[in-house]
Design a binder for this molecule. Structure first.
Ligand code: SAM
Length: 325
């Protein structure tokens, strides 16, 4: 099958928003490539480090590709996309004078092209992400996350994902029930489980993410430790309570840890729901927050009753650790 490939050359800062736009316009898949230079400044405040594969994308820049079926009328798609990207300036998101390309490609080209950049990635002292198709010899202390993200978000290379992974490594002590909101490829749910969580409920609004996370949980032999559900934020909790089917969630409410790597605007929509679902003493690990939105999210967390205990940054992105005291 032939596809229309739309390429946007932009900044790392704009990745999440532009990816969302492309999905909303009906793309069958999106691929993201960020700068992979090894001399990037990294936040080491969590006392850890990680490695990135190399590519030739300049520091701070990113290349986003969206794929639309060959029956799509592309003029209006390109127009809407450009309009939405222009409007990001209103939200202080720097898109770096984006440029656009449109061409036709074969199915096989785009389904596999991104794989050359996805290599085993040591995220922290203990967590390493390994693409399923790569060979890797771990050291005895490493926990390996086998991953084939397909078209779902979450290879671990994005700053927000790695910030969450490094934070989970500190937060998970063993035996917790955990909810991962916006699980994408399931990378955070799998990490939580490998770090010792008792059970993880992983939810996502996107059916592609739900099947990717389900498959990745299986690849890691964690299908009985991770329950993946299609859900708009924590909606599945309300539905299961109404139906009396809470047991199907796998976790016992209230839980000890919630992790969410979603845009700040979405995080603010369900802060109170997270507070209600956490046990006293529970921890909320929240990322997907661009630095300019950090104050808004901290304010929302405080209003819901949380105490912010730590914040860490990487490339303009922030992870916040909040506790329900
Ligand atoms: C930035 S990705 C994070 C993926 C993965 N957790 C990671 O850390 O790499 C955000 C995910 O949130 C999902 N999402 C966005 N809005 C959502 C909503 N209202 N309810 C559930 N999931 C949502 C998206 O489909 C996407 O998979």
């Amino acid at each position: 099958m032939r596809w229309h490939e739309v390429t946007v050359h932009t900044t790392e800062e704009a990745i999440e928003m532009i990816t969302n736009f492309i999905h909303e316009l009906g793309a069958g898949g999106v691929s993201i490539e960020e700068s992979g230079t090894l001399n990037k400044q990294r936040d080491t405040s969590l006392g850890q480090w990680y490695e990135l594969p190399l590519n030739d994308i300049p520091e701070g820049r990113a290349v986003i590709k969206g794929y639309f079926s060959d029956t799509t009328e592309m003029d209006s798609i390109m127009e809407s996309l450009k309009r939405s990207v222009e409007q990001l300036a209103d939200y202080d998101i720097d898109t770096g004078s984006p440029t656009y390309e449109l061409k036709e490609v074969d199915d096989e080209d785009w389904a596999n092209a991104w794989k050359q950049y996805f290599k085993p990635l040591r995220i922290s002292e203990r967590l390493t992400i390994k693409p399923t198709w790569e060979d890797y010899q771990p050291t005895p202390e490493e926990l390996i996350i086998e991953l084939d993200p397909g078209m779902a978000f979450g290879t671990g290379t994005h700053a927000t994902t790695s910030l969450c992974l490094r934070t989970l490594e500190k937060v998970i002590q063993g035996g917790e029930d955990v909810i991962d909101v916006g699980t994408g490829s399931g990378v955070l749910a799998i990490a939580a489980s490998k770090l010792g969580a008792k059970h993880v409920l992983a939810v996502d609004l996107d059916p592609v993410a739900v099947s990717s996370a389900t498959e990745n949980a299986r690849l890691n032999g964690l299908e009985s430790n991770i329950t993946v559900k299609l859900s708009d934020l924590l909606g599945v909790l309300r539905e299961s309570e109404a139906e009396g089917s809470e047991a199907s969630l796998g976790v016992k409410i209230p839980v000890q840890v919630v992790v969410a790597n979603i845009l700040a605007e979405i995080i603010l929509l369900f802060v109170k729901d997270v507070y209600d679902v956490l046990a006293p003493g529970g921890t909320y690990v929240v990322s997907g927050i661009i630095k300019s939105k950090q104050d808004d999210v901290e304010k929302g967390l405080a209003e819901a009753g949380f105490t912010v205990t730590e914040c860490h940054e990487d490339q303009d992105w922030v992870v916040i650790i909040a506790r329900k005291l």
